[in-house]
Design a binder for this molecule. Structure first.
Ligand code: URP
Ligand code: ZN
Ligand code: ZN
Length: 458
């Protein structure tokens, strides 16, 4: 049984045209006009709707043990929420604790991810450097299909690395032809600011952003870019939030370096007034880096438009207000960092990006799908609408409207940081691996149907 999508406006990162897309055996097998269905093909009338390649979210954390608890969506619920919003592939992060065995961590992530409903790949986080770490990295690239490594310049004493370790990761990655990704914040300065704020009696969520101001991120981004330059290593900066980081990336790119930047809808659409919410509600927005003061958002949109930043991910890492965020009720330093986002990325970027003329429709596809596939070695299997590509497709109704709410979302968490946001443009049908898994508001997913995606070094 196949799927035939009829009369949609097919949009890729480059093109836009009306046509039909035929999917058989999990692959796109035909694109054209007047394609005909055979007996048991499911036919979707996409007249008046867009057909996009399935969204790719290159930055998510399902079931992540972090800050004394575990992120609330597991691989099944998190990938299902993604499918409901048009995201058909994710890249999660294997994150061993400092000193933990990398192979063991990778095995555990595979075990957890076995229940994913949609396809997934992994980045490997290098959280400490030991005698065997270079060998681990080589095995990741040559045997495990992992071609990108994550480093945290923040979270000192936990999963963060120092500059010496970061340099080793970059030098080794350079030899392997892989990519280094970085969470850029000056880890020691964050700890210093956190502790002095707390010592002065400041315990509430609103002190979280004060402990991680924009220069703390900007300096680390510039430092990471400099280290990447010295080691000749391409760099991907995750969750860029502010002007100093954008400037550092733009400068590195202008010098001819391969430095990519990612941002997320929360940094484009929210400002730091969210931390002033009463009754500990600001805790829902505690993430790192934090939501920035007004002004940075326009700079981020401009950086997407100018190509200084190339991808929009979510950093999906939800924690319930009840029992989880509450761990930091008396101490903002203990609030688990992170929030949900995977379900609404496409609708938010369409509503507030395309409809507000900040990005074109082709740029929307590039930012939410195609570019991530290219950067992380999944293209053209993912992120494209071409014969032979995986049949991951989103039929997107530009007239459909909705209001985001924790009461209706598919994330397994009790808050939505976009609560009350109106969206225009929603997925009406989502096809994953050639099967319709979401249709007019109803999920029809299969636990464990997601496949592990091996990626090649670029
Ligand atoms: O606050 C965040 N971003 N939590 C998830 C871990 C990370 O730093 O990406
Ligand atoms: Zn991070
Ligand atoms: Zn993250």
């Amino acid at each position: 049984m196949g799927v035939l999508i009829k009369n949609g406006t097919i949009v890729t990162a480059l093109d836009q045209y009306v046509g039909d897309v035929l999917c058989r055996d999990g692959k796109i097998t035909g694109i054209g006009r007047d394609l005909t269905a055979s007996g048991d093909d499911e036919v979707i009338d996409a007249s008046g709707q867009y057909v996009f390649p399935g969204g790719i979210d290159p930055h998510v954390h399902m079931e992540l043990p972090f800050m004394g608890t575990v992120s609330a969506d597991d691989f099944e619920t998190g990938t299902a929420a993604g499918v409901a919003g048009g995201t058909t592939s994710i890249i999660d992060f294997v994150i061993p604790g400092r000193g933990d065995d990398y192979d063991e961590a990778l095995r555990w992530w595979h075990e957890k991810a076995d229940k994913a409903v949609a396809d997934y790949a992994f980045h490997m986080a290098i959280t400490w450097w030991g005698d065997d770490t270079a060998k681990v990295m080589r095995r990741c690239v040559q045997e495990e299909g992992i071609n990108s490594f994550k480093t945290f310049m923040a979270y000192r004493g936990a999963i963060g690395v120092d500059d010496h370790e970061l340099i080793q990761v970059m030098k080794t990655s350079k030899e392997l032809g892989s990519l280094v990704t970085v969470h850029a914040e000056h880890g020691d300065m964050v700890v210093e600011l956190q502790n002095s704020l707390f010592a002065a009696g400041h315990t509430e969520p609103k002190y979280h952003p004060m402990s991680r101001p924009a220069p703390v991120e900007g300096e680390a981004t510039a430092r990471a870019a400099m280290l990447a330059r010295m080691t000749g290593q391409p760099l991907y900066v995750v969750h860029v939030t502010c002007e100093p980081s954008i400037d550092a990336i733009a400068k590195a790119r202008a010098q001819g370096q391969t430095v990519y930047g990612e941002t997320c809808p929360q940094y484009l659409l929210l400002d730091d007034s969210v931390y002033d919410k009463p009754d500990f509600e600001g805790a829902a927005y505690v993430m790192s880096p934090p939501i920035r003061p007004l002004g940075h958002q326009d700079k981020l949109w401009a950086a997407l438009k100018a190509g200084v930043l190339q991808t929009v991910a979510t950093d999906h890492c939800p924690f319930n207000q009840a029992k989880q965020k509450e761990m930091g009720k008396d101490d903002f330093r203990l609030i688990p960092n992170g929030a949900a986002g995977i379900e609404h990325r496409l609708s938010l970027m369409y509503t507030y990006g395309v409809l507000e003329n900040r990005i074109t429709l082709n740029e929307f596809v590039d930012l939410t799908s195609t570019r991530a596939a290219k950067i992380f070695g999944l293209y053209p299997r993912k992120g494209s609408i071409t014969p032979g590509a995986d049949a991951d497709l989103v039929v997107f109704d530009p007239e459909a409207t909705g209001t985001i709410s924790a009461a209706t979302h598919h994330h397994k968490v009790d808050r939505n940081i976009f609560e009350g946001f109106a969206v225009k443009g929603l997925a009406s049908h989502v096809v994953c691996n050639g099967r319709v898994q979401y249709k007019n508001g109803k999920l029809d997913v299969e636990k464990g149907a997601g496949r592990y995606l091996r990626r090649s070094a670029s």
